[in-house]
Design a protein. Structure first.
Length: 199
């Protein structure tokens, strides 16, 4: 019978499982990621993951939650610096793009449409909610300072949707040389800023 594990031991091994799962997802995609490949990657018994997670979907939900938290950390740090509100907002956008292209596998997994509903995984719900909050918090300040007008939650989501769409098109190799990512991003952001500017 396995000995009882302390909470630090549980947390440490959960992290190892999640790191390995993220690597395997990046290598093989969700459908080819199995607990068998995970246990082989770590050199552990087939039953070991079940001491920490219910199943494969719960492992991937934990990996997604960790990615959303890293994403939120990145944006929050960018916003926390000095400068005008527009400068800080620009830094948030730059941080978003850097995260997506520095961690493309994590970014794809965060928004993977084949994942089961996140409502079944409380930590994923929390992390996803935190990420959404980071995409609207700086907009609240822009509205409060009279730079933008409108519902900051809606405005934040419009910017998010536009940025995400451009990033996914770039990752899929669908943007042509005559309309590259940098140009799409700059033109889209300028158009949205003009559209939401207080008249």
């Amino acid at each position: 019978m396995p000995r009882p594990l302390s909470q630090p031991e549980i947390d440490e091994f959960r992290d190892k499982l999640c790191d390995a799962a993220a690597r395997l997802f990046a290598r093989h995609g969700r459908e080819s990621f199995t607990l068998r490949t995970l246990t082989a990657e770590l050199g552990i018994s087939a039953m070991t993951p079940y001491r920490y997670f219910k199943d494969k979907d719960e492992i991937l939900a934990a990996v997604r939650a960790r990615a959303f938290d890293r994403f939120a950390d990145t944006l929050e740090k960018a916003f926390a610096g000095s400068g005008s509100m527009l400068e800080r907002t620009t830094r948030v956008g730059d941080a978003y793009v850097r995260f997506a292209f520095k961690e493309p596998d994590s970014y794809r997994l965060m928004f993977d449409l084949n994942q089961p509903g996140e409502e079944n995984y409380p930590d994923l719900v929390r992390a996803g909610s935190r990420a959404r909050q980071t995409m609207t918090e700086h907009v609240r300040h822009l509205v409060a300072e009279g730079i933008f007008e409108g519902d900051p939650v809606v405005i934040g989501h419009v910017f998010w949707a536009a940025m995400h769409g451009a990033i996914v098109l770039q990752m899929a190799g669908k943007l042509g040389p005559d309309c590259d990512f940098a140009r799409i991003r700059e033109t889209t952001m300028q158009a949205l800023q003009r559209g939401f500017a207080k008249s």
